[in-house]
Design a protein around this ligand. Structure first.
Ligand SMILES: [Zn+2]
Length: 319
């Protein structure tokens, strides 16, 4: 985005008093309200006093540390892969929430912050918007989420195709089985070996395998690899890349089952215990339950988003 519009957004955020770094707005969804004008979507709070250049370098640093096998380079504003392929990193365009979903550049993937559960802990992290999870009093989950903010749902498709494969066949060649909750006789899940996603998912399974009280949420999973678009869109799901899993559909909530309209005011709903989210996040998976367009069965391997928040936190601490 341009510097001028960035400053404008920053000013707007200041006026709205939304700059508290880790606080989710306590706004309660109201079905009657019409959506705000798309162009005035709030830049997330982490923008704070960092310049766009700084945020861009935080994002690049996060990509490098999250995907070390790709040894990314940034050359003339392009993200360069080991085979020489380069993709635009930041085209400087401001996008509406819908355009962020439909055609984001790579930097746009970091537009909405994704604080992990671990990062959401702390005195001001959960004020007004979280409840203690009955399954684990130390962890908290949201009661509502900021309007249209979908951290992790913004994906540059070329970036994922370049990493995981651009056709069903190419992705399939790199899949490996993961034994899912073997003590509970769970099924085999097929996920990609690229970026060690299969190892990360096996580590998630090994931990959750020891917590039988959580198995009802995990067994009978909705699936892993499937080459398919996201329901109601032309965008490929991360399931297409073998880098996402759905846990038990019957214990899950999905925004589209309530309202098909992307701009609708939704009441947030979730039944997935925080402990499950905490384990997945620790192994690099983000949770669809943190999206305004919630999909609480869905976990996908996006360690760059978790890494980005760590980089931002670090930069804030040393300021
Ligand atoms: Zn899913």
């Amino acid at each position: 985005m341009g510097l001028r519009s960035f400053m404008k957004t920053l000013l707007l955020l200041l006026c709205l008093g939304l700059l508290a770094p880790t606080t989710l707005p306590a706004e309660v969804a109201s079905p009657a309200k019409k959506p705000v004008a798309q162009s005035t979507i709030q830049r997330p709070a982490y923008s704070e006093s960092f310049t766009v250049d700084q945020l861009r370098s935080f994002a690049f640093e996060a990509l490098r540390s999250a995907y070390p096998d790709f040894n990314f380079k940034l050359v003339n504003g392009k993200l360069v892969f080991p085979d020489g392929t380069s993709l635009p990193f930041d085209d400087g365009l401001d996008r509406s929430p819908q355009a962020l979903l439909d055609a984001p550049d790579i930097f746009d993937m970091f537009f909405y912050r994704y604080p992990s559960l671990a990062q959401r802990k702390g005195p001001q992290a959960t004020t007004g918007t979280a409840v203690h999870d009955p399954n684990d009093g130390a962890l908290t989950l949201p009661m509502s989420l900021p309007y249209l903010a979908d951290p992790g749902r913004i994906r540059n498709e070329n970036f994922f195709q370049q990493m995981y494969g651009s056709t069903e066949e190419a992705v399939k060649q790199r899949l490996a089985p993961v034994k899912w909750i073997p003590s509970g006789k769970g099924p085999t899940m097929m996920v990609t070996t690229i970026n060690g996603v299969n190892k990360a998912l096996q580590a998630v399974s090994d931990e959750l395998d020891k917590l039988p009280e959580l198995w009802p949420y995990l067994l009978r999973p909705g699936g892993s690899f499937t080459w398919r678009p996201i329901a109601g869109t032309n965008r490929l799901s991360v399931h297409s890349f073998g880098a996402a899993v759905d846990i038990n559909v019957e214990k899950s909530n999905y925004w589209r089952n309530v309202n098909q309209d992307e701009e609708a005011r939704l009441d947030y709903k979730n039944r997935i215990p925080a402990k499950i989210v905490e384990v997945f996040e620790r192994h690099g998976f983000i949770w669809g339950g943190w999206w305004y367009h919630y999909d609480t069965m869905h976990f996908e391997y996006r360690p760059e988003l978790i890494a980005y928040m760590k980089v931002v936190e670090h930069a804030r601490a040393v300021k």
